[in-house]
Design a protein around this ligand. Structure first.
Ligand code: NAD
Length: 284
């Protein structure tokens, strides 16, 4: 079997075009432009690149982007004051605080300070709690985007065994919740899992989100599986690669996402979509 590719890049482009059309209509009706505030603390090149992509995507669809590039030595109190100000600002529908934050900043406290209604990353404990209770409001972007990818290829998780490799707050855990809500039987693997191949071999749907290049071997993939590779690992030669041994895995899977061009563009598209939801211009 040679897997069909799940073209996240193309699907995300369609979602962005739909969002652009909605915004154009709203503006013609005299409604306000949706706004996203993006806060970048420090000069980490990877974070700067992510923020650049997100801001460009906003501008392309007509979301106003308010940009706050801040020094890595900014006192925590100033960051708190900025978030409080943005929480009150009616021009700002969404607030994105780019992680990671410098060590002197209490990141958990800062993320929790963001008004849950403006939490377009879906990281706030309130939004994660709503997701856990099957009453989601704003959802974490990467798992949300993956659910739309599964929907797009008409592969519903109900009754399937989904194996999520990675249990972080932003990808693995909310991914497991999304799949559980969708009716999958979910196994979550992490760094302390003994015998990872044993679990991966059982996956009808495999979500690889460990951040380890080549962790998932092709021979572990179940025949006909759906393989979603979230990993974004930069190799020494600068190439971007996922967590899955793509060439071998595609000979066993029915569907597989490429890296790049799979999950990544969907994450950005879901950020835009969450901003539209926060602005009241779209339903979840
Ligand atoms: P993280 O480091 O916070 O979490 C990694 C998780 O993987 C942890 O739960 C850890 O226990 C688990 N893990 C690590 N080594 C493992 C192993 N050998 N076996 C099993 N589990 C193992 O990372 P994260 O923020 O969740 O990101 C994971 C990957 O996804 C990274 O490569 C990141 O760049 C990528 N990512 C991509 C997108 C996207 O849009 N494509 C978005 C977010 C993160």
């Amino acid at each position: 079997m040679t897997a069909q590719l799940i073209h996240g890049k193309i699907i995300a482009a369609q979602i962005r075009a739909d969002i652009r059309a909605i915004i154009e209509t709203k503006l013609q009706q005299g409604q306000k432009q949706p706004g996203l505030a993006v806060i970048l603390v420090g000069d980490d090149p990877a974070s700067a690149l992510y923020v650049h992509h997100k801001r460009t995507a906003c501008e392309e669809v007509g979301i106003k982007s308010f940009y706050y590039p801040l020094s890595k030595t900014i006192p925590e109190a100033e960051l708190i004051a900025l978030i409080q100000q943005l929480n009150q600002d009616p021009a700002v529908d969404g607030i994105l605080l780019q992680a990671p934050l410098p060590k002197h900043i209490n990141a958990d406290q800062l993320f929790e300070l963001i008004d849950p209604k403006k939490d377009v990353d879906g990281f706030h404990p309130y939004n994660l709690g709503r997701l856990a209770q099957r009453r989601p409001l704003l959802k974490p972007c990467t798992p949300y985007g993956i659910m739309l990818l599964l929907d797009h290829i008409h592969q519903h998780p109900k009754g399937k065994h989904a194996v999520v490799v990675g249990a972080s707050n932003i990808v693995g855990r909310p991914m497991a919740l999304e799949l559980l809500i969708a009716g999958a039987t979910v196994t979550v693997c992490h760094r302390f899992t003994v015998d990872l191949p044993y679990f991966v071999k059982q996956a009808d749907i495999l979500i690889a989100a460990a951040g380890k290049a080549g962790l998932i071997k092709g021979e572990w993939i179940k025949e006909g599986a759906i393989v979603i590779d979230v990993g974004q690992n930069r190799l020494a030669d600068g190439t971007l690669t996922g967590d899955v041994d793509f060439e071998a895995a595609k000979e066993k899977a029915a569907w597989i996402t490429p890296v790049p061009g799979g999950v990544g563009p969907m994450t950005v598209a879901m950020l835009l979509r969450n901003t539209m939801v926060a602005a009241g211009y779209m339903n979840m």
